[in-house]
Design a protein around this ligand. Structure first.
Ligand code: NAD
Length: 515
């Protein structure tokens, strides 16, 4: 790819130019070390910042899924036969290659999704880190020696599943492609990324870079295409060993049911409705900065977004005014500009969902403190057709408001007041989700108590939104199950195999059990 510094405009023409430079022969699935342009239904890509179409590519369909699975099955045999030291060396090379190509990947991600370039750069660096981290585990996967009664030497080995299918969403395509491939690859599986049909480009380029860095053909394929065709075909095929899914609750459940019918286990990372709890004794300035980044980074298109702001009554009015004032200063605009802090909503469908939910939140009694009007920089420019939603704070979002429990997945926070610690915990838990949350307080005992009581897979004290590949991440309740990072995930991507050897000829090798 020739573009290595961010172009200055994010027009549809720029998105098209960046995509053409990355894929001179056209975009498609990545199969067996090559980009394969399909022949199915045409999928149009739209620039979020302008609303204009900039490219199209062909869905591979069920036929394409078959070809991808054949390639991945062969790839799994080659990759699984390497020892951990060999896999580690190749994954280290992949990490370095991603580092070298980080700027190019960031520009591709920003141009084709509308994600601000500063966020895309941070996420590209994180992907290099993910491969570096799990390369370190590839040669350290051990079983156990287990004492048992009698004369036996009994031990376990970790066995990869073979082919792992990782289905990813549109809000962080590059990040989630790395997040859900580095660990299963380290564990010895071949991986198929099924990216969102709206945002496939960075996943395909990542697989290409990984292949050039030494991953054998078929080990990292990308099924760029529609969920209901190629995605659905990948969730029920007996050649698939395990599925990891990141996306919405309804789709995640559909995928899990389809996979269960075929006997395939699925890990689910789904949505959230996370509470950010601010006590009167908190450092309010820091808490306000935290509340801003919790909800408005990524334009709120983040599973861990702090979309509910619960503030102790004595500081509530002052605090929501502080947050609203800071929100109004955020730089919203051209994703490829280095100054931009908040970009557009990535898809037109999601734009409608977000704007409808703002209306619903106000109909249910929420008072909008900021975010009502688009600035002239957006309305009177090439960006006027983009999917823009200004950072929006609604105050007075009570438990009866639809914003209390519905995931918006946009830059919209609902605030309300509470009186006691018990009330704050009950409000935080007033959701079927359980992905994340935070508390801001200077009382250390209260901080730990609230952290323990709030139902969430990740919880921050006087902070928000830090996650790291070394730390387990995942949800409770409707936010899913299973964890997708940290060393423990290597157990998710392998199965224990128990091996029994009699150590004395006199011991019976045939105990009378009929299990
Ligand atoms: P989505 O559920 O619409 O789609 C997710 C993926 O599923 C896409 O790749 C899609 O093509 C695929 N898909 C759709 N139908 C399928 C089928 N029948 N079989 C197989 N695959 C199918 O989600 P989205 O709109 O892309 O993403 C937004 C959602 O993702 C939000 O709810 C958000 O909270 C969630 N999310 C969760 C996390 C997390 O880590 N918990 C991270 C990011 C996003």
């Amino acid at each position: 790819m020739s573009i290595t510094t961010a172009p200055t405009s994010s027009s549809a023409a720029t998105a098209g130019t960046v995509l053409d430079a990355a894929f001179p022969s056209g975009l498609g699935a990545f199969i067996d070390g090559r980009v394969a342009t399909g022949s199915g239904e045409s999928i149009t890509l739209t620039a979020a910042a302008t609303g204009e179409a900039f490219a199209s590519y062909a869905d591979p369909g069920a036929e394409g899924a078959d070809a991808i699975l054949a390639s991945s099955t062969a790839g799994a045999a080659v990759w699984g036969a390497l020892n951990g030291f060999e896999r580690a060396a190749i994954l280290r090379n992949v990490s370095r290659a991603v580092e070298r190509h980080a700027e190019e990947l960031a520009i591709l991600e920003s141009a084709t999704t509308g994600k601000p370039i500063r966020d895309a750069r941070a996420e590209a660096a994180k992907v290099a880190e993910m491969f570096g981290y799990y390369s370190g585990w590839a040669d350290k996967l051990t079983g156990q020696t287990i004492p048992v009664p009698g004369n036996w030497h009994t031990y376990t080995e970790r066995v990869p599943w073979g082919v792992v299918v990782a289905i990813t969403p549109w809000n962080a395509p590059l990040f989630t492609a790395g997040w859900n491939s580095a660990a299963p690859l380290a564990a010895g599986n071949a991986v198929i990324i099924k990216p969102s049909e709206f945002t496939p480009a960075s996943s395909v380029r990542l697989a290409q870079i990984a292949h050039e860095a030494g991953l054998p053909a078929g080990v990292f394929n990308v099924a760029a295409g529609l969920g209901q065709t190629v995605g659905a075909a990948l969730t029920t095929d007996p050649r698939v060993g395990k599925i990891s899914f990141i996306g919405s609750v309804p789709t995640g459940r559909r995928v899990a049911v389809a996979a269960a019918g075929a006997g395939i286990p699925a890990l689910l990372e789904l949505g959230g409705k996370s509470a950010n709890i601010v006590f009167a004794d908190a450092d309010l300035e820091r808490a306000a900065e935290g509340a801003i980044s919790a909800i408005f980074s990524g334009a709120g298109q983040s599973c861990v977004a702090g979309s509910r702001l619960l503030v102790q009554r004595s500081v509530h009015a002052e605090f929501v005014e502080m947050v609203a004032a800071k929100a109004a200063l955020l730089r919203v605009g051209d994703p490829l500009s280095a100054d931009t802090e908040v970009g557009p909503i990535i898809t037109a469908q999601q734009f409608s969902i977000v704007t409808d939910l703002i209306t619903a939140g106000m109909d249910d009694g929420g008072r909008r403190l900021t975010g009502a009007t688009l600035p002239a920089s957006l309305t009177g420019s090439a960006l006027s057709g983009g999917h823009w939603v200004m950072p929006t704070l609604l105050d007075g979002v009570t438990p009866a408001n639809r914003l209390e429990t519905t995931e918006v997945f946009g830059p919209v926070v609902g605030a309300d007041a509470f009186d006691t610690e018990a009330e704050a915990i009950a409000r935080a838990n007033n959701t079927s989700f359980g992905l994340a949350g935070a508390v801001w307080t200077s009382d250390v005992s209260r901080a730990h108590h609230v952290a323990r009581e709030v139902k969430a897979g990740t919880f921050w004290i006087n902070a928000y939104k830090t996650i790291h590949v070394a730390v387990p991440f995942g949800g409770f309740g409707d936010s899913g199950h299973g964890r997708s990072s940290g060393p423990g995930v290597l157990d998710e991507y392998t199965q224990a195999k128990a091996i029994w050897v009699p150590t004395r000829a006199a011991g019976s090798p045939f105990p009378s059990l009929s299990y």
